[in-house]
Design a protein around this ligand. Structure first.
Ligand SMILES: Nc1ncnc2c1ncn2[C@@H]1O[C@H](COP(=O)(O)OP(=O)(O)OP(=O)(O)O)[C@@H](O)[C@H]1O
Length: 256
């Protein structure tokens, strides 16, 4: 059976003043697809994420999610509906513990989102605490539960950020350079974690490590100066002459 379309972009554009940074992008993403998004610096990758997540309004075109037009849906509503993103840089509360960070996400998702969780009696929030413990256990990160985020290695911080995104029960997960600045061991841990996500979670991942990206994507999309120049399975993109010429370096080898 043909898989449902989770995300559809039609003629999507973004300009800052006279500077066009995304131009006329049309694409469809099916439920469960794992998509790698590449392009040289300034190609517009993060801007595209910003528009899908609702952090930036498009200048033109449409964004549909499960067939519903979401151009004017605010960011928090998109998150509630399952569009969850991570950022290039950590978005964690460094002075709080891992569990406290996780509780903030869980609390935002719960009905009592207008109250500050720390002011509430722990008893009232026992379900949130149980869920936080369960998530940390499930992802093998319980040992860091009571550690302040600022005391953890960068690699562990990024893992925590991803499980926080996962705690938001994403249907469409937008990962912005999840392995940037990491050692090989840390990269392997992050990729291991991403590969453990349920198969129905759709992922679009911006990644500069081409080996990581090509090895872990069903499909690769290439942006160049705001335009979509390739959208195909990894091997076809690796061999695409335009991609080789524009993006991949003089020898024609595919690297970031
Ligand atoms: N708020 C803004 N105002 C003006 N120009 C912007 C703004 N945000 C992004 N740009 C410009 O838009 C272009 C695309 O930027 P974007 O960050 O989306 O690229 P990118 O592909 O994610 O790059 P990188 O790989 O370096 O992160 C760049 O020329 C950038 O300077």
């Amino acid at each position: 059976m043909e898989k449902e379309i989770i995300l559809s972009l039609r003629g999507l554009s973004k300009a800052f003043g006279g500077l066009k940074v995304i131009e006329d992008i049309t694409l469809e993403v099916k439920v469960g697809e794992k998509i790698g998004l590449i392009g040289p610096n300034g190609a517009g990758k993060t801007t595209l994420f910003n528009m899908i997540a609702g952090d930036l309004a498009p200048s033109g075109g449409t964004i549909s999610y499960f067939g519903e037009l979401i151009n004017s849906s605010p960011n928090y509503k998109r998150t509630q509906e399952g569009i969850v993103r991570t950022f290039q840089k950590n978005n964690l509360m460094l002075g709080l513990t891992v569990k406290e960070n996780l509780l903030l996400v869980l609390q935002r998702m719960s009905k009592e989102h207008t109250q500050w969780w720390k002011q509430a009696k722990k008893g009232n929030y026992s379900t949130l605490f149980e869920t936080a413990n369960k998530i940390l256990q499930e992802w093998g990160l319980s040992e860091y539960s009571e550690s302040k985020v600022q005391d953890l290695s960068y690699g562990v911080q990024r893992q925590i950020e991803i499980i926080m995104a996962v705690a938001g029960k994403p249907k469409l997960l937008l990962l912005d350079e999840p392995t940037a600045g990491m050692s090989q061991v840390e990269t392997d841990q992050i990729i291991g974690l991403i590969n453990k996500l349920p198969s129905e979670v759709t992922i679009i991942m911006i990644e500069h490590d081409i080996d990581v990206l090509f090895g872990n994507s069903d499909r690769v999309i290439v942006l160049h100066t705001g335009r979509l120049i390739a959208d195909d399975h990894p091997e076809a993109v690796r061999e695409n002459p335009e991609v080789k010429e524009i993006y991949m370096g003089r020898e024609g080898a595919v690297h970031a």
